[in-house]
Design a protein around this ligand. Sequence first.
Ligand code: NAD
Length: 359
Amino acid sequence: MNSFTFNSYSQKVLFGNGVLARLDEEVAALGASRTLVLSTPNQAQEAERVVEQLGPRAAGLFAGAVMHVPVETARQAIEAAAQRGADSIVAFGGGSTIGLAKAIALESPLPIIAIPTTYAGSEMTPIYGVTEHGLKRTGRDLKVLPRTVLYDPELTLDLPVQFSITSGINALAHAAEGLYAQDAEPVSTLMAKEAIGALARGLPAIRAAAAGTDRAALLAARSDALYGAWLCGCVLGRVGMALHHKLCHTLGGSFNLPHAEVHTVILPHALAYNAGAAPQAMAAISQAMNAPDAPQAVYDLALANGAPVSLREIGMRAEDVEAACEIAMRNQYPNPRPLEHGAVLQLLKDAFEGRRPGS
Ligand code: NAD
C-alpha cells in the first residue's frame, strides 16, 4: 500500500535551444533591474556575453567562482553584489557557480536565476555548501533555491566530452539513490526512471556525435542529457541521498578528489553494495538502462565512454583508502543496507582498483 509525503518547490524552468535569449524578460519577471552575473574564470568570456545581453539590467560580472565555495570567495561575491547594488543574481555555469550564488543568497535575500551548463543538478535543490578551514558546511534553506532556471542545450555544446560523461554520471547518481531513498515518493520515482533513461541514451550519443560533424545529432544528444540532468536535480532536491553521496562527499572533501569523477567511480560499487537490499531500485535502473544488471550497466557506461573507473586514476593514494572508510563510517545515516565496516572498506578497495562490480 502506498504511503508517502510529497513536497514540491516553486520554481520556473525554461528548457530548450535558445532559451538564453529570454533571460532579460525572466529578470524583469522577478521584478529585478540590476543583476550580478557569476561565473568561473574559465567561463568568463561566455558570461561576459550574458552581461552584454542584459545591457542596463546587468550589474557586472563576478568571474571568481571556484569548486566547493570557499568562504573567502563567498565574502568577495557578497561584497561585489552589495557594492554594485545588485537586486538579483544570474549564475552562469556548473555546480560551483550555482553554489556561489547560493552562498550569496544565504546572506542576503537576492533571487537567483540559474543557467546550468553542466549536469550537476544544484540549480534544482535548496542545498548549499560553503567551505571554511577545509571543511564543507552544508545545509538546506529555501532562500537559496533558484527562482528561475534556464536550461539551454546550446550552452553545453562546448562542455568537454570526458567531463560530460562524468558530470552525467554524477547526475545519474542522484536519480539512482533517489530510487531507494527512505523518503522516495511516486513523483520522485517517476522522475528518476525517466532521468536515467535520458542519460543512458544521451551520454553515449554525445560521445558518438562529438566525434563527427553532425551538429543536429550533437544537439539532440545534449538535449537528452540536459533533460535527464534536470530531472536528476529535481530528485536530489526532494529526497534524501545515501551511502553513495556520503562516500563521494568524504572523498571529495577530505582527499580533494574531483567531484564528478568521484561520483563516476563510486556509483557502480555503491549500487552493488545496496543491490540485495534494494531490488526494486535495481530493477528500475536496469530497465531504464536496458541492461540486465544495474551496477554493471553504470560501470560499462563509464568504461565504454572513456570515463575513469578507478579512484587510483583520479589521484587517490592507496594509503588513504582506510582513512576514507573511517571518516565515512563516523555517522550512521539511512541506507538500504546497514553500513558494515568491512563491506564498505571492500567497496572502497574495489573502487580504488577499478574492479568490475560483482567480480
Ligand atoms: P564545476 O561547476 O566546478 O565546473 C567544472 C568546470 O567546467 C569549471 O571550470 C567550469 O567553468 C567548466 N564548465 C562548466 N560548464 C561548461 C561548459 N558548458 N563548457 C565548458 N566548460 C564548462 O563542476 P560541477 O560538476 O558542475 O559542479 C561541482 C560542484 O557542485 C561541487 O562543489 C558540488 O559539491 C556542487 N554540487 C552541489 C549540489 C547542490 O545541490 N548543492 C548538487 C550538485 C553539485
